[in-house]
Design a protein around this ligand. Sequence first.
Ligand SMILES: Cc1ncc(COP(=O)(O)O)c(C=O)c1O
Length: 436
Amino acid sequence: MNKRSFIRCLTAAGATLPLSLAGLAEHIARYEGAPAANAAASASSANAATPLTTQEEFWSTIRAAYRLKPDYINLENGYYNILPEQTLEAFIRHVREVNYEGAYYMRTVQYDRKKAVAARLAAIAGCSPDELIITRNTTESLDMIIGGYPWNPGDEAIMALQDYGAMLQMFRQVQRRHKIVCKTVNIPNDPKNDDEIIALYENAITSNTRLLMISHMVNITGQILPVRKIADMAHRHGVEVMADGAHSFAQIRHNVPDLGCDYYGASLHKWLSVPLGAGILYVKKDLTNKIWPLLAEAENVEGIARLNHTGTLPVHTDLAINDAIDFYQALGPERKEQRLRYLQQYWTTKVRNIPGVVVNTPADPARSCAIANVGIKGMPPAQLATTLLEKYKIYTVAIDLPQGNVQGCRITPNVFTTPEELDTLVKALKELAQKA
Ligand SMILES: Cc1ncc(COP(=O)(O)O)c(C=O)c1O
């Protein structure tokens, strides 16, 4: 079916453009039965029966669900994922509803509604609703654990140079306040195997180590780390593990308890496409009483709720989480993950071996998904980002890790990104490498 007849079909089915949830479901139903894709194979074998991952007509309808600014190609979806129009409209409706009911809404249904949304998030995370709360973002979730941990002077914590700056800064503050020792490992961009990474963390453990932080997906390179294996190793040494799921939640499918970590935080405005300012915190059931709440409002409450400052919040965002989950589930977590990995492999395989181009993301497709990082030898990352924007109309973000191994631009496609847009990136990188 060509695109025009397909859109006619959607309209005949009562769907309005932009794509409604019903329209999305019908769209997917029409394509169901297409074989699941192997990202690496589908990127390279043009003659195989076209899997859904590479059916551009299918994805062009998903693209139509978004309002995209035509001035640049947005390859900086790692900061946050803009909302598809149907989630955005629902969010605006929630703002109106809450404003209409005012204090009545806040004093009556807000708590039950939030609880119901948190239960849906717990189902996606694969944990018990007693182990998950809604926060504002990953920073709030993880800093609450770092700051509220019952530290004693001389205790040690382990983290990586490539972890997110806000958490590293929080550890530094705790170091000054509680006289703990912070140890930092340096993660290789293309590890030989999991054992290499596990050994890095294990070598940093001593009898004083209490907490190990690990990024499930490194934010600057997109590398997926073997959290489960590291958690099992750490637990053998009596060390607790806190995972940063800012980029993994709703990008790559996983059950949080299967990661084996004790604490986990994520931002919902990233890959779940929730309006800005929503995150989750998971704490293993038997550990909730161990952490000092950042805000003591609910200190006497049992369980994870004691960590959940509520106060007066933008509750319409909580309501829009429902709509974002609907969109995510209608699109299909597996379908989304496969497409994102395909898009990343699509461009990285074309530039990885070009002299002068440095891809700072593992070549093994199982070790990354949407995000990758690329540099041009001899060109400062900020200059690369500026050139990509000014000359090629591609928006990215420059990453220049001090004393680290990552100098390049982070490239993050989304489900609306097209291969043609990535061809523009590939062309730009080839030209810049040649000049460099
Ligand atoms: C790995 C990682 N952790 C934490 C954060 C912080 O997320 P937020 O600003 O939503 O708190 C980010 C943001 O990009 C991130 O990439």
